[in-house]
Each structure stands twice: as structure tokens, then as C-alpha cells.
Design a protein around this ligand. Structure first.
Ligand code: TYM
Length: 344
């Protein structure tokens, strides 16, 4: 078992990241490192330069994200926690894989279409080749499992396509003529609940760091007042909560809040409805706000303690990067060799 996943260190860690991915990172760390599996979690700072950015903000955001991940339960002694920029093998392997990835595959990526919008000519080349770097991130370590939210599924499928084509085209045969693939096909691990948390202002848009309205998301750094206010102002409809899940169809905002409640309380959405059926949002929203405050308060408190100790955060990254660099060597060398590139 090799578990690998990443997060962009731009903006705050929000509830979508937490419920869609980070909570799973922690659970997988707790379960698999005890059985000898390895977890690599990284800050995708190389991905972050695909959009316009301020260098000082990226630098600070990278350290803050380390503090946030540790506050959520990522333990740098058990997991390898690092940033891509300190492990050059990510960028090297990306280049090797750009010979395998096809323009047509990248053109179909919905995130590329969404982020480039109508201005494709003005988008960075990095934004277009971004999924190839993401493939390199996981293939470099022979990842078997990649815990992500729903929005990263397509990128993971692309990583599998790249691995397969590279193996077909270039993997040398083993001693007895058997297949000896260079890359492992990684499997996406998407949580059954909360795989896609939506904006609090618009039930059709995902909760995102790049949404200009801070009211659209709950940040893990928000204090109790901010959380209560954001939930109180969340967009809803005038109907009471239904008793059956089918009653949430066509009610995206209500479904989103019920989904958040279920994920935070660790119960099913049906259980939430059993508890709140017939009640309006005047009753449900304060209950949801209080639940969020209660569950997030310990994380926020720990984050505030950790975030100011720059030296400790840098040490975590340096130590994680040294371990990741060592793990990356064999696969990177095999990829160079498979392509016929001489390496003294
Ligand atoms: P990023 O930084 O946008 O998000 C980090 C993780 O949070 C999940 N997520 C969500 N889940 C549920 N609901 C939401 N509203 C929501 N918003 C975000 C994402 O699915 C992701 O798991 N390209 C990636 C980072 C990356 C990566 C990788 C991930 C780079 N290399 C290799 C996995 C493997 C990204 O921008 O995630």
C-alpha cells in the first residue's frame, strides 16, 4: 500500500477539502501506517503557479497549509509530508510523461475548461499541462491509492491512462519475457459521503478556495461566530426538511447542508432526516452551526498554535522532502531508462 495525495497551498483549508479529502488522509494514515503501508501527502506548490499568484502569498500559504494539515491529524512522524518544490523528481517525471500524454486527453479535462474559461489563449501552459504533473505526483511513488474529492476523479483517470500507455509503449520485458510495468495504476479513493461539498451561496457550484465570496465556504480557520454566521446566511429554500432522501432531489442547497451535517456527525443522511424531518431551516441551521463549531474548534485551536512556528514548519517540510526524494529515485531512473535516455 502506498497512499499519495496532494493539496494546493493557495488559500485556506476549507470544509470541502476537509470532508472530501483530508479526513480520509488522516484515516488512511492511521489505518495503513500501522500495517506497514506508506502515506505521502504533499503541498502542490508547483501546481499553484499555473494561475496568477503572489510569491509571498504562496510562500506563507505553503507553511500555513502544513500547520493546517498537522492540526487536522496528519502526523509527520508517520506520514511523509512535504512540498513538491523540494522534490525535483516531480517536475522531471512530468517532462518525461509529456511525451506520452496526448493533447486530446488534456483538452477534455473539465478543470482546464473551467479555469481557462473563454480565454484559452491567455491561460498559462502550466494550466494545460497541470494534469500531467498530477500524474507524475502519484506515478513517481508507485501509488496504489489516492484519496481525493470527486472533482479530482478525472485527473486520476488521466494518470491511469498515462501509466498504461507508457507501460505499453516503453516498459521493457522482464527476464522471462513477462511484463515489467514501470508504473502502478493508482486507484482513486473517493468518500461515499461528502465527496463534493457545494458552496453555501450556490448549490450548483463546488465549495472552493477560488470563490471570491468568503461567505461561500467554511474555512478551518473561521472562529465560532464566523461559522454560525455563514451557516445562518447559507442559501436555502422555504420548505421544511423532508423525511425521505428523495425529498432532497431538486433541492441542492438543502441536500448540501444535510450532507455536511451527516459527514460531520458521522451518520447517514437518512439519519439526519429522521432527526430533523418536518423542521425548517430556522431550527436546522443553528444545529448544524453548533455541530461544526464543536467539531472544528480543536482543529482551529491547534492550527493557531502551530502556524507561527515557521522554523518547526520548515523542518517538517525538509524532513519529509528528504524521505520523498529517496523514495522517488528508483521509479524516476526506470522511467529515464525505459525511454532510452542515457544517465551516466
Ligand atoms: P485542491 O487543492 O483543489 O483540493 C484538495 C483536495 O480537496 C478536495 N476538494 C473537495 N472535496 C469535496 N468537496 C469540495 N468542494 C472540494 N474541494 C476540494 C479535492 O478533490 C482534493 O482531493 N490538483 C489537486 C492537487 C493535487 C493532487 C495531486 C491530488 C496535485 N497533485 C496528486 C491528488 C494526487 C487540487 O488542486 O486539489
Amino acid at each position: 500500500m502506498r497512499i499519495v495525495s496532494g493539496i494546493q497551498p493557495t488559500g485556506n483549508l476549507h470544509l470541502g477539502n476537509y470532508l472530501g479529502a483530508i479526513r480520509n488522509w488522516v484515516a488512511m494514515q492511521d489505518e495503513w501506517t500501522a500495517k506497514g503501508g506508506e502515506c505521502l501527502y504533499f503541498l502542490a506548490d508547483l501546481h499553484a503557479i499555473s494561475m496568477p499568484h503572489e510569491p509571498a502569498v504562496l510562500r506563507a500559504g505553503t507553511r500555513e497549509m502544513v500547520a493546517a494539515l498537522v492540526a487536522c491529524g496528519i502526523d509527520p512522524a508517520r506520514s511523509i509530508l512535504f512540498n513538491q518544490a523540494q522534490v525535483p523528481a516531480h517536475a522531471e517525471l512530468q517532462w518525461l510523461l509529456t511525451g506520452t500524454a496526448r493533447m486530446g486527453w488534456l483538452n477534455r479535462m473539465t478543470q482546464w475548461k473551467d479555469k481557462a474559461g473563454k480565454n484559452r489563449e491567455g491561460a498559462s501552459v502550466a494550466l494545460f499541462t497541470y494534469p500531467v504533473l498530477q500524474a507524475a505526483d502519484v506515478l513517481l511513488y508507485q501509488a496504489t491509492h489516492v484519496p481525493v474529492g470527486e472533482d479530482q476523479k478525472q485527473h486520476l483517470e488521466l494518470a491511469r491512462d498515462i501509466a498504461q500507455k507508457f507501460n505499453n509503449d516503453f516498459a521493457p520485458k522482464g527476464e522471462n519475457g513477462e511484463d515489467a510495468p514501470v508504473f502502478t495504476q493508482p486507484e482513486a479513493i473517493i468518500p461515499p459521503e461528502a465527496a463534493r461539498i457545494m458552496s453555501l451561496r450556490d448549490g450548483s457550484a463546488k465549495m472552493s478556495k477560488s470563490d471570491p465570496s468568503d461567505m461561500s465556504r467554511i474555512n478551518l480557520t473561521d472562529d465560532a461566530d464566523a461559522i454560525m454566521q455563514k451557516v445562518r446566511k447559507a442559501k436555502t429554500d422555504p420548505e421544511p426538511l423532508p423525511s425521505e432522501l428523495a425529498g432532497l432531489k431538486e433541492r441542492p442547497e438543502a441536500a448540501n447542508l444535510v450532507g455536511i451535517y451527516a459527514a460531520m456527525a458521522g451518520i447517514s443522511q437518512a439519519d439526519v432526516l429522521a432527526q430533523f424531518a418536518g423542521q425548517g431551516f430556522g431550527a436546522f441551521k443553528p444545529a448544524l452551526g453548533e455541530l461544526l463549531v464543536e467539531k472544528l474548534a480543536p482543529i482551529t485551536a491547534r492550527y493557531r498554535e502551530l502556524r507561527t512556528d515557521t522554523a518547526a514548519l520548515d523542518a517538517i517540510l525538509a524532513q519529509g522532502a528528504a524521505r520523498a526524494r529517496a523514495l522517488a529515485v528508483p521509479t524516476l531512473e526506470r522511467a529515464y531508462e525505459a525511454l532510452g535516455l542515457l544517465r551516466g
